[in-house]
Each structure stands twice: as C-alpha cells, then as structure tokens.
Design a protein around this ligand. Sequence first.
Ligand code: FES
Ligand code: FES
Length: 153
Amino acid sequence: MTEVNFTVDSSGARYAGDEKKPLLWVLREDLGQTQTKFGCGAGLCGACSVYVDDKLVRSCVLPISTVQNKVVRTISGLDDELGQRLKAAWERFEVAQCGYCQPGFILASHRLLSQTPPGQSLKWESISNLCRCATYERMRRAIEAVHAERPSP
Ligand code: FES
Ligand code: FES
C-alpha cells in the first residue's frame, strides 16, 4: 500500500493503494473524474491524455506513484487562454462526433500550439491520437484557426 498526494485541476487529491495502479483508473475510479477517457489502455490512442506538470502523458500506462506531489491537469482544468480558445474553436467547427476521443485531442492540440510560436508551421506528426469517428479534418481546421488567430509576439 502506497500513499500518493497530488493535485488534480487545482484541487488536492490523495490516493492510498497499489502503487502500480494507472493514473487513469485512479482518476476515474477513485476520484470520479470520468472526463478523462479509456480507449486502448496501452498508450496508443491518446484518449487518456492529461498533463502531469507540463508534460503531456498517457495516463493509462502511468503508475500513480509517479505523480507524487505533482499537478495533473485534465480537460476540465484546461482553462488558460489557449485552452479556452481551443474549446471554443471545437464548438465553432462542430468537431466532435461521438466525442469520446476529444478531451485527449484537445490536450494534444494544446501541447502542439504551446510548442509552436505564432506564424510557424505546425508539426502535425506530434499528434498521434486516434479518432474512430475520423473527425481529423474538422480538428485540423479548428487547430489551424486558433493558431492563425494568435497574436504575434
Ligand atoms: S487509453 Fe491511454 S493511450 Fe489509449
Ligand atoms: S469523435 Fe468519436 S472517437 Fe473521436
């Protein structure tokens, strides 16, 4: 039995149990945070993506013991200006179909835009998430719109 103290979207969280339990299942089962989704469970699809501190991770393969004293940010806590712009663009372009993969995609898009200064080309290959509804084209348009709207430094 291990005890892990961490933060989820500005709230303190505590877990006591198996140190190898994936962060995804601690979020969903122990903390009731079901906005982070289970897709493949093997680190492949990106549905379970969250930030841990400033690093985007696939929480289905991340043991809970690794987030001790760290800050986990889910789609619910993605409320900085870029996160708000992305969520608004997702609505504007009616990106979601079933919606299941979308939290992970928005987080991956947030990381892509965070790493791309305004005016520079987007490295699409950095997003390897999967969408079974094939909403890729609408996602691309939403991301490009947010990128184009960003003020130059
Ligand atoms: S559920 Fe984690 S990568 Fe697919
Ligand atoms: S919108 Fe349905 S899986 Fe992506």
